[in-house]
Design a protein around this ligand. Structure first.
Ligand SMILES: Nc1ncnc2c1ncn2[C@@H]1O[C@H](COP(=O)(O)OP(=O)(O)OP(=O)(O)O)[C@@H](O)[C@H]1O
Ligand SMILES: [Mg+2]
Length: 269
């Protein structure tokens, strides 16, 4: 297997007011093209820091320690300059954040925000970018997409905003989408809709997904492999079958035991 993404000995440190926090403390894993991999673990275990390191969006207060390596499509991301990274982001790697409301620009029509993704990556023709945007908004299930493309984010529901985020992420058919709790702000029915949509589009275009979630039910249903993080370290990497039926690490067993409702089918009645 030629990996799409290879993370090797990744270490991320946040500079705190009192002391530094080792958010990611030497994590290694790989994702194959088209694979859907879960990244799970308790709050604060370093999942988002790992994702932000991959997509090059760690803030000023974080540093990636020497000895870390992130290879994507054969390139060493930690050696890319910001202009090259900007070109990669959106076009080859995209990220869907938990809070679409915060990630969208409040004073820009959503259709324009989707079109923008095409325009910053070389599409010169504005009308064509707009048409691509409307087609994609329609594809992600925004009702009456041509009209709703003219809406501002505050005029849309949470689920609709998350669909707009998906449209932005998937517009240019990236080879990797990182979804960080993409649906946890939504109610359960809408969560299901948005997730199945993401996976439908994933299958269509062969995109790999790194799915960060707290929901082991989602992991069981959607992922083939799972990575379990705890306190900045990867404590388990297993197929989803093995994770649920033969978890090796005590922490993974704890995690499973803490979520019996999600891992077990609901009894009738
Ligand atoms: N901007 C920041 N400044 C300082 N410390 C941070 C910052 N962001 C995260 N951290 C710390 O880094 C560690 C890892 O955080 P991270 O956000 O990656 O956790 P997570 O696994 O995504 O958690 P959650 O499931 O709650 O989203 C935590 O100890 C957190 O407090
Ligand atoms: Mg997080």
């Amino acid at each position: 297997m030629t990996a799409l993404l290879e993370v090797e000995n990744l270490r991320v440190t946040y500079a705190g007011a009192q002391r530094d926090v080792a958010a990611v403390a030497g994590v290694s894993f790989a994702v194959a093209p088209g694979e859907v991999v879960a990244l799970v673990g308790e709050s604060g275990s370093g999942k988002t820091a790992t994702a932000l390191a991959i997509i090059g969006l760690l803030g000023e207060s974080a540093r990636i320690e020497p000895g870390s390596a992130i290879r994507f499509e054969g390139r060493d991301l930690l050696r890319l300059g910001e202009p090259e990274f900007r070109d990669l982001r959106g076009r080859r790697i995209a990220m869907v954040f938990q809070d679409a409301g915060a990630a969208l620009n409040p004073v820009m029509r959503v259709g324009e925000q989707v079109a923008e993704a095409a325009l910053v990556h070389g599409e010169r023709d504005k009308a064509r970018a707009r048409a691509m945007a409307v087609a994609m908004l329609d594809r992600v299930g925004l009702p009456d997409a041509a009209r709703q493309a003219r809406a501002y984010p505050h005029e849309l529901s949470g689920g609709m905003k998350q669909r707009v985020m998906l449209a932005i992420a998937l517009l240019l058919k990236p080879s990797l989408v990182i979804a960080d709790e993409p649906t946890s702000a939504l109610d359960v029915t809408v969560q299901r809709q948005v997730l199945s949509l993401l996976l439908e589009l994933q299958r269509e275009s062969g995109t790999a997904v790194l799915m960060i979630t707290h929901d082991l039910g989602v992991v069981a249903e959607t992922c083939s492999r799972a990575l379990v993080m705890r306190r900045g370290e990867l404590v388990e990497s297993a197929t989803v079958d093995d994770l649920f039926h033969a978890p090796r690490h005590a922490y993974t067993r704890e995690l499973l035991a803490a979520m019996p409702r999600l891992a077990r089918p609901v009894p009738p009645g």
